[in-house]
Design a protein around this ligand. Structure first.
Ligand SMILES: NC(=O)c1ccc[n+]([C@@H]2O[C@H](COP(=O)([O-])OP(=O)(O)OC[C@H]3O[C@@H](n4cnc5c(N)ncnc54)[C@H](OP(=O)(O)O)[C@@H]3O)[C@@H](O)[C@H]2O)c1
Length: 243
């Protein structure tokens, strides 16, 4: 049985993987989800063992309400102690609005926004029973500022902010912390298709003149997890000073 357990969606790579790794190194057990790939699992289990915590993975499509409910039931049967939920799983499917298909729109909204809702709905119930827990939902600066060619993504990430603020209002009195991280450009597979020219021009708009790292985002999640702060319904932007 795991104690002090955090659930991380999309922990198989990118930002989610670094969040899982850092939590394991800081006395948290982790159950992370993946959808297609899971090549780091043995490495994560090794890290867990070295730190005397637990690590398990679960294959989950967060946009499928039934699957999320079944995952919750699986988690309850395991009798793991839940202390936190990080909704990190996300996708992009870029196109200009006038060329965007119904599918591009719905897929991104379903995974990013509806998936976050499904996860929060199921696992907040467990946190409410214990009168404790934290939820970190990963948004994006695009959800605040908009972006050309990613209106579906921006809408999903803006929706996460509005959703999380409502969730935080509903859960605060039960001792459950809800906060949002809104990263700018972070060096992962998600932006791997950008060409050199696009990267250079984007970096010129970032005061720190570089993309962020997944490790830096993970550090902020750890800060929110540890609870020694006065953040509730806060949207923390991490964009290197983008102008
Ligand atoms: N990278 C950036 O510049 C950036 C900036 C701001 C915000 N973000 C946000 O940060 C989060 C992580 O991004 P990332 O850059 O680490 O992305 P990534 O490298 O593309 O990883 C995405 C993760 O989400 C999982 N996933 C995708 N669809 C899923 C679904 N339907 N159900 C469950 N899991 C699913 C993937 O699982 P599989 O590996 O199994 O496919 C993977 O673990 C996302 O919410 C993203 O929007 C990223």
């Amino acid at each position: 049985m795991f104690t002090n357990t955090v659930i991380v969606t999309g922990g198989s790579r990118g930002i989610g993987y670094e969040i899982v790794k850092l939590l394991l190194k800081n006395s948290y057990s982790v159950v992370y989800t993946y959808l297609h790939s899971n090549k780091h699992h043995n490495e994560l289990v090794d890290i867990a063992q070295k730190n005397n915590v637990g690590c398990e993975c679960y294959k989950l499509d967060v946009s499928n309400s039934e699957e999320v409910r079944t995952f919750k039931e699986w988690f309850v049967q395991k009798k793991y102690e839940l202390v936190g939920l990080v909704n990190n799983a996300g996708i992009i499917s870029n196109n200009l609005i006038i060329s965007m298909s119904d599918e591009d729109w719905h897929n991104v909204i379903n995974v990013n926004l509806t998936g976050t809702f499904y996860m929060c709905r199921e696992f907040a119930v467990l946190m409410l029973k214990e009168r404790k827990g934290f939820i970190v939902n990963i948004s994006s600066t695009h959800g605040i500022n908009g972006t050309i060619g990613g209106a579906n993504y921006a809408a999903s990430k803006g929706g996460i902010i509005a959703f999380s603020k409502s969730l935080g209002l509903e859960l605060a009195k039960f001792g459950i912390r809800v906060n949002v991280l809104a990263p700018g450009y972070i060096d992962t597979d998600m932006i791997a298709d950008f060409g050199d020219k696009q990267c250079d021009s984007l970096k010129k708009k970032i005061s720190l003149n570089r993309f962020g790292t997944p490790e830096e985002v993970a550090q902020m999640v750890l800060f929110l997890a540890n609870g020694n702060h006065f953040c509730q319904n806060t949207v923390i932007t991490m964009d290197g000073g983008m102008v």
